[in-house]
Design a binder for this molecule. Structure first.
Ligand code: GLY
Length: 277
């Protein structure tokens, strides 16, 4: 992965298996960054920590491109699912041992202890797990599917994180259900989104699809007459649970189908491959 070390309007990176192409791009850069090529799927794993104890949540995968088949521009996330049936059952333990716990321990050792939510963005490569990024916040839209599966009330876990008493936390309890969330985005997102359009069908979802499917609001507001209007790029996260990913997907897309927002867009392939596999 060869990258121009500067702003290049999105054209500065070459990701290639061809050494000559990599070399040619490197020679064309004034200053160059060379990074390991990551050949595997991405996973988001969140953990709650009090600065010493680290409590991992369940892994999820999000879909960052705007269009089906991972085409189109990058977005804040167009959907997510959990669990990951294709992932090694030992993944969470491995990431806890090799990534999350050492990171929290090192931050404490340096005198900059971190408590709160540590988000590891990972690539599962043929050479093992690699960290792409850390965030100090919940991820969106992965949180919608991870919390849909968490049976332990979250507030007590966060309180233990804040109070430094996470070691006393009872093991987290998880539903065996799968969860899928599909983001409904505005016209033109991720470019400047069109806003102010009325959203219809929310009551129908509440009547016909609850409790298995429900709508989480992201970019919405109330109009003067009380109508719900779009107010951002990613407008709604339509989330559903089911006994497996196929059922959760079916329920999420049935609910998406009831929502009417002029010009809106959503991906139709969230969790499809994982559900089929
Ligand atoms: N889902 C990516 C993020 O929250 O950064």
């Amino acid at each position: 992965m060869v990258k121009d070390d500067g702003l290049a309007a999105g054209k500065g990176v070459v990701v290639t298996e061809d050494i000559e192409q990599a070399r040619a791009h490197a020679l064309a850069c004034e200053r160059v960054v060379i990074e390991e090529y990551l050949d595997g799927p991405e996973v988001s794993l969140f953990a709650i920590t009090d600065g010493t104890t680290v409590l991992p949540l369940k892994p999820a995968q999000d879909f960052k491109r705007a269009l089906d088949g991972d085409e189109g521009p990058n977005t804040g996330g167009m959907g997510a699912y959990s669990p990951l049936p294709w992932a090694d059952p030992k993944l969470v333990d491995e990431v806890l041992e090799t990534v999350l716990q050492p990171t929290v321990d090192e931050l404490r050792r340096r005198g900059t202890p971190f408590s709160g939510l540590l988000y590891a963005g990972l690539a599962i490569t043929s050479r093992g797990v690699r960290v792409i990024e850390f965030n100090a916040r919940f991820g969106d839209p992965e949180t919608q599917v991870v919390l849909a599966r968490l049976k332990t009330p979250l507030a007590g876990v966060l309180l233990n994180s804040a109070n430094g008493t996470l070691a006393d936390q009872a093991p987290l309890s998880w539903s065996d259900d799968a969860a899928v969330t599909v983001v409904v985005a505005s016209h033109n997102y991720p470019g400047t989104p069109r806003t102010g359009d009325p959203i219809e069908g929310l009551d129908e979802v509440a009547e016909k699809d609850a409790p298995h499917a429900y709508v989480l609001h992201a970019g919405t507001k109330r109009g003067e007459d009380g109508a719900v209007l779009s107010a951002g790029g990613r407008v709604l996260s339509v989330t559903a649970t089911g006994s497996d990913l196929a059922q959760a997907r079916e329920r999420a897309y049935a609910a998406v189908g009831r929502i009417r927002l002029d010009g809106s867009q959503h991906r139709t392939d969230i969790a499809r491959k994982a559900a089929e596999a």
